[in-house]
Design a binder for this molecule. Structure first.
Ligand code: ADP
Length: 491
C-alpha cells in the first residue's frame, strides 16, 4: 500500500471516530497536573543570572553535575550543560525556593497547563467528551485557573461527607500551594562564554525544572476513596499518569510500597465488578529504577488494560524487566531498531498481562493487542490514525480547541521516513512467517497469537510546540477505542 492509500485511510478514520466519539459516557483522568511557567531565555538574562551567583561557583558546580536542584547555582549549572550540549533535560527540585528566586530574577513569559493528566483532561473536553472527571491531589487556586471552562469538566470533592462533582475552579483547596514547573527554552546559535568556555548552542531545546515539594502525594483521602464507586456509572474508562512522583521514602516514614498499594486500590475501586472498564496508564521517564519497576510490575501488571509510551520509555521499561539487550537495541538507532521495538512491545504485552501496548515514535505508531481485546484490528487502526491526525494538529496549532481542528492535522502529509521504517518491519515479519504483507497493512493476528496494528504517522516539519504531543496521541487513541466499546452494564 502506498502513501496515498494511507492518506485515504486517514480521512476515513477521522470521519468514523468523529461519528462515534459522542458514545463515550465519560473518563476519569488523574493524577498529575501542574502549572508550566515558560521562559525563552536571552543571552543578556543569562549574563545577569551568572553575575548574581558568581563565575567561580558556577564553574565548580558544572563539574559536579547536580542531579537535583537545591539552589540557584545548581539551576544555572544544569542550564549551562543543557545549552552547551543542545540537549533537553528535566531535573527535579524539592523546595519552592528556586521558584521564588526565578520570580525575583527572571520572571516567565507565559504560563499554561502542564502535567500529563492536566493536558489530557483539557484535550478530552475540547474534543467533546461529555464527562471528564479530572482528579489532582494538589488542586490549588492557581492550578484550577488552567482548567478550561466547561460544564463537562469536573473534579470530585467531599462535602458534608458526600462525594460531589464540581468544576476545578469551585473545587480547589484554598490552603494548597501550587506546583509550578519552569520550562526554560533556549535557541540554537546563542553564543556566549562562560566558565572558561566559549560556545554556541547547537540546537533549540529546553531545561525543565520539575517541582517536587514534599507535600506531593499520588493519593486520595479515605472518604473520597470510599465513595469513588459513585462515579463508576459516569465513566467508561480511566487514564492514569503521574506515578513518577512516587518517592522511595517519605519524611513521615511511609514508603513507595504504601503509595503503590493506594494506587492499586484506586484502580480496583474504579473497576468495581466491571471487568470491561478500560484503564490506560501513560508511562514517562522515571529515573529511579525501583519506582519504575514497581509501577510496571505492581501497578500496571494485572490491574491495567492499556499502556502508552514512546521509544525511549520502551527501552527503559524493558531494562528494569530484565531485557537489557533488547532495550539497548531499541535505542541504538541501528537498522533493526524498529524490529526490536516490535519485539519489545510484545514482551511488555505478555509480561505485564496487558490487552494493549501503544508505542508512538516520530514517523510511526506500533500497537500490539492481546487476543481477548474486544475490538478488531480495523477499529484499533482507526484509533491510531485519529491519534496521529490529532498529534499533527497539536504540533501545527500548539493546541486543539475543537474536534474540527483535526482537519488541520489531516492536511499534514504522512511522514515518508516513517513509512520506509515500516517497510523494514514488514520484511522482517513476513520473513519470519509472523504475518503476510496484506495482514501487515490491514492489521492482523500474528502467528504468535497477539494482534498487531501499525500505522505511518503524520509529522509536522516546523511544530509550534512539542510538549504534550505524546499525551495527545495516547489520549486520542484511547478515547477513539472507548467510543467503540460494546456497552455492558454489569454492576
Ligand atoms: P511528550 O511527553 O512531550 O508528549 P513524548 O516523547 O511522550 O513527549 O511524545 C512525543 C511524540 O510526539 C513522539 O513520539 C512523536 O510521535 C510525536 N511528535 C513529536 N514531534 C512531532 C511533530 N513535529 N509532528 C507530529 N508528531 C510529533
Amino acid at each position: 500500500m502506498d502513501i496515498a492509500d494511507w492518506e485515504k485511510r486517514y480521512e476515513e478514520a477521522v470521519f468514523n471516530v468523529k461519528e462515534h466519539i459522542g458514545n463515550v459516557q465519560g473518563v476519569f483522568v488523574a493524577y498529575n497536573s501542574n502549572v508550566d511557567a515558560m521562559k525563552h531565555i536571552r543571552v543578556d538574562e543569562i549574563k545577569k543570572l551568572v553575575s548574581i551567583i558568581g563565575y567561580k561557583n558556577l564553574r565548580e558546580r558544572i563539574i559536579e553535575y547536580p542531579r537535583e536542584i537545591k539552589d540557584p547555582t545548581d539551576f544555572m549549572a544544569r542550564l549551562f550543560i543543557a545549552m552547551r550540549d543542545g540537549k533537553a533535560a528535566e531535573v527535579p527540585t524539592y523546595t519552592t525556593d528556586l521558584h521564588e528566586w526565578l520570580m525575583d530574577n527572571l520572571v516567565f513569559d507565559s504560563a499554561r497547563m502542564g502535567g500529563q493528566a492536566g493536558i489530557m483532561s483539557n484535550l478530552l473536553v475540547n474534543l467533546g467528551v461529555k464527562n471528564v472527571i479530572t482528579y489532582v491531589p494538589w488542586l490549588s487556586r492557581e492550578q484550577a485557573e488552567y482548567f478550561i471552562d466547561s460544564p463537562h469538566l469536573k473534579h470530585p470533592v467531599i462535602e458534608d461527607g458526600k462525594l460531589i462533582l464540581k468544576h476545578p475552579k469551585e473545587a480547589f483547596d484554598p490552603e494548597q500551594k501550587p506546583k509550578i514547573n519552569w520550562i526554560i527554552e533556549f535557541s540554537k546559535g546563542m553564543r556566549f562564554s562562560c566558565a572558561g568556555e566559549d560556545f554556541e548552542v547547537p540546537r533549540d531545546n529546553r531545561l525543565i525544572v520539575s517541582s517536587r515539594p514534599n507535600w506531593l502525594r499520588i493519593d486520595m483521602g479515605n472518604d473520597m476513596y470510599e465513595q469513588l464507586d459513585e462515579i463508576r456509572e459516569d465513566i467508561d474508562g480511566a487514564i492514569l499518569a503521574g506515578y513518577q512522583m512516587i518517592k522511595e521514602e517519605y519524611e513521615d516514614g511511609t514508603t513507595y510500597v504504601d503509595y503503590v498499594k493506594k494506587a492499586v486500590n484506586v484502580i480496583e475501586r474504579l473497576k468495581g465488578c466491571n471487568p470491561q472498564m478500560r484503564i490506560h496508564v501513560e508511562f514517562t521517564s522515571i529515573q529511579n529504577k525501583v519506582i519504575r519497576k514497581a509501577l510496571l510490575t505492581e501497578i500496571v501488571k494485572k490491574h491495567v488494560t492499556s499502556l502508552g509510551l514512546d521509544t525511549v520509555e520502551v527501552a527503559n521499561a524493558l531494562n528494569v524487566l530484565g531485557y537489557e539487550e533488547l532495550a539497548y537495541s531499541v535505542i541504538n538507532k541501528g537498522e533493526d531498531s524498529v524490529v526490536s521495538l516490535y519485539e519489545g512491545a510484545v514482551k511488555l504485552l505478555k509480561e505485564l498481562e496487558l490487552q494493549r501496548v501503544h508505542i508512538h515514535s516520530l514517523g510511526y505508531y506500533i500497537c500490539v493487542v492481546s487476543k481477548d481485546h474486544p475490538l478488531d484490528a480495523n477499529i484499533q487502526r482507526e484509533a491510531l490514525l485519529f491519534a496521529s491526525a490529532l498529534a499533527a494538529t497539536q504540533a501545527t496549532l500548539g493546541s486543539v480547541t475543537n474536534i474540527d481542528d483535526i482537519s488541520v492535522g489531516l492536511g499534514v502529509p504522512v511522514y515518508d521516513q516513517g513509512y520506509d521504517d515500516l517497510l523494514e518491519l514488514e520484511k522482517y515479519l513476513v520473513r519470519r512467517g509472523i504475518c503476510s504483507s496484506e495482514d501487515f497493512e490491514d492489521g492482523c493476528i500474528s502467528a504468535e497469537g497477539h494482534g498487531l496494528v501499525i500505522v505511518p504517522s503524520k509529522v509536522v516539519k516546523d511544530p509550534v510546540a512539542t510538549v504534550g504531543i505524546g499525551d495527545a496521541i495516547s489520549a486520542g487513541a484511547f478515547i477513539a477505542l472507548l467510543a467503540r466499546m460494546p456497552k455492558i452494564n454489569i454492576c
